[in-house]
Design a binder for this molecule. Structure first.
Ligand code: NCD
Ligand code: ZN
Length: 329
């Protein structure tokens, strides 16, 4: 039995830089015709020059696959209208990180009250706003607390497309329908796991990510959102590789899921008897929401077992040792 997907897209992935970029990008480019490649590099992709260079590096690392790198610019409070207008044709979107909420976000926005002039320009230029929506509060509550910020932005700028990245809570799922201009991405790990998988027994550092995994009730809300076939929901893996040493000694946040995304998504949809919803979730919704036209590719999965290896070089994947039912052809 085969499953054929047309130009799947991963609308949120971290491909990193240098050697790690070269190592991990093929996992994404072999499965996906394009991806939103997050700009929290060091230094961040926050100027048009860095943007061009990063697009080039990703494209090179993605070869020989036809692959569209959609790179959002890292939000700077001091973007000027001239700068954004001149670059508009090339730009894809802008990603906002509140300062310090996650990996390499130190240069993010310190005061959310100061971002409105840039949001106003983005609305005029029809540049989507991608957001890591967490406050600095108690970690399980950070996303819930941020929903009021989304509400304020979406109502103040009703023509600005706002993408809530990697949503994890019932609150965010419910909020999705409040404004026409709000959309979201959902990761595989937040669909599959709860906080107990990370720390209910032996601590599993490879499941530590931002936003942290949530309760069974939140996971159920995210699953039903995806299984409802909601048209504002896009797949974005948030695959975020760190070396095993960095995960274990520095406590870096990020789950490496890139190698097994489509096989595990197929398993999820099949388990819920909804395989027919996978195409929209991994491609069609994103094409429509962003108006992108990725390279035409056909990606085929076959019903064949394989076991996830214990590590890929220095990186440990989330599902090491697990036997999966679907395999990339
Ligand atoms: C991401 C990373 O490592 O870059 N980490 C994570 O836990 N998801 C950043 C992010 O998306 O928060
Ligand atoms: Zn991310």
């Amino acid at each position: 039995m085969n499953l054929t997907l047309k130009s799947p897209l991963d609308m949120h992935v971290h491909l990193r830089q240098d050697d790690m970029l070269k190592q991990v990008t093929p996992f994404t480019s072999s499965q996906f015709a394009g991806a939103v490649c997050m700009p929290n590099t060091q230094p961040p992709v926050d100027t048009i020059e860095r943007y061009r260079a990063y697009v080039r590096e990703v494209t090179e690392a993605a070869s020989p696959f036809a692959f569209a790198p959609y790179v959002p610019l890292f939000f700077r409070e001091d973007f000027s209208r001239e700068e954004l207008t001149a670059a508009r044709e090339e730009l894809f979107a802008i990603k906002l990180y509140p300062a310090g909420v996650t990996t390499n976000s130190e240069g993010g926005v310190a005061e959310l009250s100061k971002i409105e002039p840039v949001l106003d320009m983005m609305q005029d230029l029809d540049l989507p706003l991608l957001v890591h929506g967490e406050t600095h509060g108690y970690s399980p509550d950070r996303e819930r607390e941020f929903v009021s910020v989304y509400d304020h932005i979406a109502s103040t700028f009703p023509k600005l497309r706002v993408i809530m990245e990697h949503i994890t809570t019932s609150d965010a799922a419910e909020f999705l329908d409040k404004h026409e201009n709000v959309f979201c991405t959902v990761t595989l790990h937040h669909m599959l796991y709860t906080l107990d998988d990370m720390l209910g027994g032996m601590f599993d550092p490879f499941l530590f990510c931002k936003p942290i995994l949530k309760s069974p009730k939140d996971r159920a809300a995210i699953q039903s959102l995806v299984l409802s076939g909601h048209e504002k929901v896009m797949f974005g893996s948030d695959s975020a590789p760190h070396t095993e040493v960095m995960k274990r000694t520095e406590g870096m946040a990020g789950c490496f899921t890139a190698p097994m995304l489509l096989p595990m998504l197929a398993e999820f949809f099949e388990d819920h008897d909804k395989l027919e919803l996978m195409q929209a979730f991994v491609s069609d919704n994103a094409r429509r929401i962003y108006g992108v036209t990725p390279p035409e590719r056909t990606v085929v999965l076959e019903k064949a077992e394989w076991t996830v290896p214990p590590r890929y070089g220095s990186i440990v994947p989330v599902n090491a040792g697990q036997t999966l039912r679907w395999k990339l052809v």
